[in-house]
Ligand binder design. Structure first.
Ligand SMILES: [Zn+2]
Length: 279
């Protein structure tokens, strides 16, 4: 497996014959508003450009995975890029209908898709009211028979569902959001303490994203690396720079049966977040 981290949650993942673009946010710096809706000190987004390596990384992409339809995971240029190439888009039932309306060729990312064992893990993207407002979102466990297994956690705060997925599925590689995003109503992504818990619980490696790319994610790479080193976790926790490609070959051989989970249905929040996303 090669995981080419681009910016924020955007990455290209090479899994055997598949080259999957995950969560494309391709906007120029400053072309989206601040995401610190209810907090001071905002900046227009994204706050950094895409890395130089982007164009080469996007060559030969065979499909796209959208974890959820928020503007830092799919923006207008990302949408146009996919549409221009007619690439298949893999997502869950929450976002499928809306993405089809936007002219994308959408397929549901269910067990067996892409020749992989797949489990959808439902997330909380914040707690209390803000968690409700952010809408139902999910992450994916993807196990290709010839590759290390991968758990794309997607946007989440720490819940029993995430810990249960880590314990049960023992993914070789976990990709988790680490910016401690907050737009003024409480954290909507893992705190650094929660990431330490995730790293301790995981048997494989942890790769962190959502760093120094959008204005409501305030945790820095330096802070994270220092904390993980202090916890003795630096050898299993990767904090890539934008444009950095990492290769993972190690497989534990653990391949438990994915669990069939009920896919959350889109509700009022979906309409709300789609309005905010505005793609
Ligand atoms: Zn996000």
């Amino acid at each position: 497996m090669i995981l080419h981290h681009l910016r924020n949650a955007s990455a290209v993942v090479q899994l055997a014959e598949h080259r999957l673009l995950v969560d494309p946010m391709f906007s120029e710096p400053g072309s989206m508003p601040s995401f610190r809706f209810l907090a001071r000190g905002g900046q227009r987004n994204p706050i950094v450009p895409l890395p130089d390596a982007t164009e080469a990384a996007l060559e030969g992409v065979t499909g796209v995975i959208i974890t959820h339809e928020h503007p830092d995971h799919l923006d207008r240029p990302g949408l146009a890029w996919i549409r221009d190439r007619g690439l298949p888009v893999w997502t869950n039932a929450v976002d499928a209908a809306n993405l089809r309306r936007k002219g994308l060729e959408v397929r549901e990312l269910v067990d067996g898709a892409l020749g992989m064992r797949i489990e959808t893990v439902t997330n909380r993207h914040g707690r209390g009211l803000v968690g409700w407002l952010m809408g139902p979102v999910a992450g994916y466990y993807l196990a290709h028979p010839d590759e290390p297994s991968l758990y794309l956690v997607g946007d989440a705060v720490l819940t029993d569902a995430v810990l249960d997925a880590i314990d049960r599925l023992q993914p070789d590689v976990i990709v988790a959001p680490a910016g401690t995003a907050n737009f003024g109503l409480g954290d909507i992504l893992f705190s650094v303490d929660e990431l330490v818990t995730v790293a301790r619980r995981a048997k494989g490696v942890l790769l962190l994203n959502h760093l120094e790319a959008v204005d409501h994610c305030r945790t820095t790479r330096l802070q994270l690396r220092a904390r993980m080193a202090a916890e003795g976790l630096a050898d299993r926790v990767f904090v890539p720079e934008d444009g950095e490609a990492l290769r993972f070959d190690e497989r534990t051989g653990t391949r438990p049966e994915p669990r069939l989970t009920a896919t959350p249905r889109p509700g009022l929040q979906k309409w709300l977040t789609a309005k905010i996303a505005g793609t």
